[in-house]
Design a protein around this ligand. Structure first.
Ligand code: AMP
Length: 165
């Protein structure tokens, strides 16, 4: 199965944490660019995020992959005590092929992904069909390159060469 996983970091060595996540998730079929974005919600004064999306191939169940994502967040010593607060590393399962999961602690497709430009822009790079499925409105903007730098939350696009994988 193809897992589309969104990564984010806004604390410490942000590129280093994204790189760590990519190395821990071994079977990556695709890696988006890295986007620098303003925080959405949460406490004042947080630093900007780096966000990206990867496609991870695995035969493991969504529950097992969620556990794997949480293990990797633990490796990055994520601090969970402040809702929407700064985090060294956040991993969300956005979609798994056309699978639908609706459990109390695991919802796929991720219900908030379609509202977040910082998730939709990198998804559009690695899986445009998924971007269209999640949000035709945002996908149309991305297709026509109307989602320019500085608009909404995206402040910059970095090359994935930054990761040196
Ligand atoms: P967050 O603070 O955004 O990392 O949220 C983490 C919580 O969201 C975890 O306790 C997960 O059980 C839950 N969750 C629900 N759906 C998903 C998903 N698709 N991917 C990752 N975490 C999820």
């Amino acid at each position: 199965m193809n897992y589309v996983i969104a990564l984010g970091s806004n604390l410490g060595d942000r590129v280093g944490y994204l790189k760590l996540a990519c190395q821990e998730l071994e079977a990556l079929a695709a890696i988006s660019s890295i986007y620098e974005t303003l925080p959405v919600g949460g406490p004042e004064g947080q630093g900007p995020y780096l966000n990206m999306v990867v496609i991870y191939e695995s035969d493991r169940s969504p529950r097992k992959v969620l556990e794997e994502c949480q293990r990797i967040e633990g490796v990055a010593r994520r601090c969970r005590n402040e809702y929407h607060g700064p985090r060294t590393l956040d991993l969300d399962i956005v979609a798994v092929d056309t699978l639908v999961v609706e459990e109390p602690d695991l919802v796929i497709p991720h219900p908030r992904a379609k509202d977040r430009g910082f998730v939709m822009a990198p998804i559009y790079e690695v899986d445009p069909a998924l971007a269209w499925r999640l949000s035709p409105e945002i996908a149309a903007l991305l297709e026509h390159q109307l989602w320019q730098e500085g608009r909404e939350i995206i402040t910059g696009v970095w090359l994935k060469g930054q990761l040196d994988l």
